[in-house]
Design a protein around this ligand. Structure first.
Ligand code: HAM
Length: 416
């Protein structure tokens, strides 16, 4: 037997129905914000993700699925959505005539070689969105609001937005220097990963999962103290806009996010202080890093699988349809022929319809009706069919009626 790969899972049954519901809610919300749907390829040139996300990040150093294809190209499976969307934006020169921002959303599988645990997989889905062309805090606020409203619409009312600002390049460089100076005498007391991060990207020490809570980290210099006046003013404006929009946020000065491309606002969505249900921020340099002109960008990605898990764990009632409309039962060959015609007609008229395709006895067909939780059943009978009649039974009220075969669709339309 061949089993599924570690960190992957099959999507079927109720989970598939729950995901369909969540998709519908999110797509409808994105429409309200005037975002268009995009899908980018599952695999791209390795350089895109390595350069885009940052060679020194944990993701690129430890987690990307990199391989050579048969043409000896270096290929990487998509570990996140932003870099691919930026590649699309640059490749199609969408920066050419930017009278309005370019806004897109996606719902895509991602691949990261991580240690699987609850809510962390090697194949997982992100629902995310990106907005190009505006550097105004109004677009930061729009992105936070879209993320916030998505969780609330899904019934996760208690989420908190953790938010921070890394400032512009100057502020970030000053901060990085301050962190290096601060951590230098303590670095031997931190985990081996942090010792490595000290050289590569000291900001990342702040969100180390292993050393979380360590006093050395809690007492480290705070980004907000290193923002220059312009960056500080920008962040204050954003926060007052979020207040205006009634968005529940918490400033988290240790929030730096794991990817290299961020500047100014970064934010994460958490519930009960557990792992992040999503994260995002502004990335004004990324379009340029990936070969385009200087165009600002901002976006967010929801950990889709984690969010559904959180909905289940928090008792959110996810509406799924676990019943069918009609089951058609038959015994003789002529009844079977009529059944084949009837199910076709009912399905084309929008009713979820089942019939027997396994030569079951009538008794076994009745059991199927119960298993499928069918609202109605139609019991075909040659005698009734002679006068173009069929027997229909409402499974809830147990009421039975003999009706004209040509009246069936109208009958169901009236009764359902
Ligand atoms: P990220 O924080 O790496 O950001 O991922 C976003 C979310 O994806 C995380 O908060 C988490 O919920 C989910 N996630 C990440 N890794 C896994 C995993 N192994 N299993 C399950 N869920 C996972 C990004 O990817 C950025 N591209 C977000 C962004 C969009 N920034 C700007 N625009």
């Amino acid at each position: 037997m061949i089993t599924k790969q570690k960190g992957t899972y099959d999507i079927y049954g109720d989970l598939a129905k729950k995901r369909a519901y969540v998709n519908d809610v999110l797509a409808a919300l994105c429409e309200k914000y005037n975002y268009g749907y995009i899908e980018t390829p599952v695999f791209e040139a390795s350089e895109l993700f390595h350069r885009g996300v940052g060679e020194s990040t944990d993701m690129v150093k430890k987690e990307t699925y990199d391989f050579q294809d048969r043409g000896e190209r270096s290929i990487t499976l998509r570990p996140e959505g932003t870099a691919g969307v930026v590649r699309w934006f640059v490749e199609n020169k969408l920066y050419g005539n930017m009278t309005d921002p370019v806004k897109v959303f996606y719902n895509m599988k991602m691949y990261r070689y991580e240690r699987p645990q609850s809510g962390r997989n090697r194949e997982f889905t992100q629902w995310g969105f990106e907005c190009f062309g505006s550097d105004d805090v109004m677009s930061d606020a729009e992105v936070v609001s879209l993320a916030y409203n998505a969780y609330r619409l899904l019934g996760l009312d208690d989420i908190t937005i953790k938010i921070n600002s890394l400032g512009d390049t100057e502020s970030r460089d000053n901060y990085r220097a301050a962190l290096k100076e601060y951590f230098a005498p303590h670095i031997k007391d931190l985990c081996p990963d942090c010792q490595d991060r000290f050289e590569r990207n000291p900001l990342r020490i702040l969100d180390c999962k292993f050393d979380a809570g360590n006093e050395i980290i809690t007492n480290a210099p705070k980004t907000l103290d290193y923002l220059n006046a312009e960056s500080k003013e920008r962040f204050d404006k954003l926060l007052s806009m979020l207040d205006m929009m009634d968005i529940n946020y918490e400033i988290d000065t240790n929030l730096v996010r794991g990817l290299d491309y961020y500047n100014h606002m970064v934010f994460e969505v958490v519930l009960n202080d557990s792992y992040a249900l999503g994260g995002g921020g502004r990335y004004n340099g990324l379009v340029e890093t990936l070969g385009g002109p200087s165009v600002p960008g901002v976006g967010f990605a929801m950990g889709y699988d984690r969010t559904i898990l959180a909905m289940e764990e928090n008792g959110v009632n996810i509406p799924i349809n676990d019943s069918i409309d009609v089951y058609v039962l038959y015994v003789s060959d002529t009844e079977k022929e009529t059944a084949s015609y009837l199910v076709q007609d009912l399905r084309l008229n929008g009713f979820i319809t089942e019939t027997d395709t396994m030569n079951k006895s009538l008794k076994a067909q009745f059991k199927s009706v119960d298993r499928y939780n069918s609202k109605y059943m139609i019991i075909l009978n040659d005698e009734d069919l002679k006068s173009n009649k069929i027997k229909i039974k409402d499974n809830k009220t147990k009421e039975e009626e003999l009706i004209g075969i040509n009246d069936l669709v109208d009958y169901l339309d009236m009764h359902m």
